[in-house]
Design a protein around this ligand. Sequence first.
Ligand SMILES: [Zn+2]
Length: 268
Amino acid sequence: MSQSTSAQQPSKEQSKWLDGGRQESGNLHAAESGGPRIVPNSSGHVATSLESSRIQADPCGHGSCTAPALAAVDSITDDDALFVRSLTERFMSNPAGDDDIRLVQRQLGRYPRGMVSVGARCAVCGAPFVVVTRPMLTDGTPFPTTCYLTSPEAVKAVSHVEAAGRMAQFNELLAQDERVKSGYVRAHRMYLAFRSELAGRLGDDERHIAGISAGGMPTRVKCLHALVAQSLVMGNGINPIGDMTLELISDEFQPGVCRCSIHEAQSR
Ligand SMILES: [Zn+2]
């Protein structure tokens, strides 16, 4: 998907963490119209070099972003592990229904392969903002971008921030601010932990994407869409750059304000 849109002047300078309670990470109760469609993969898949190059070429799927391949999955605190486990449970017990899949297909202009659940919704109309995608698609294709931003309004708003050059500023902030740096590392670890929980529940092999999270984590900022997606799925206080980006785009996109162009009742 293209994220090349006209640049917009940045609205304000960001140097702080957000206050709590910005958004809930998705109302999942309205989701189910169909039964679970998530079929565990058979074990033992090993990525081919073609698959590996596909991951590296466009890990976030929003353009030309690249992500670093890192070796190890580092540990997270017990509280964070508990949080990730309960998040996984929530999504696994609220699988994507037919209506959600249709809506996301219209948002993306393609079928959302490997969609596990809706990761975050518009608080007003219920339209999906983010989808949670399984670590390995049923044909064996590895899929590292577990939290994928689908809301056209959010994608566009984030693209404006990227086009305005904010990623360079975030990279500077990341290099200079120890709190942001450590928060970003934690976000990376939680992203991996979340995907591992999903992989365990679904029987997906994630060895070929071990250590690869999204958006450039943990050392660089390379795709704000991916970071915002994580912030929307996991809530405020997990991904500092995603949270700051959400604040930057609040004039264009807010989880609690419905600006959705694609609704359930509309035709295309
Ligand atoms: Zn809406």
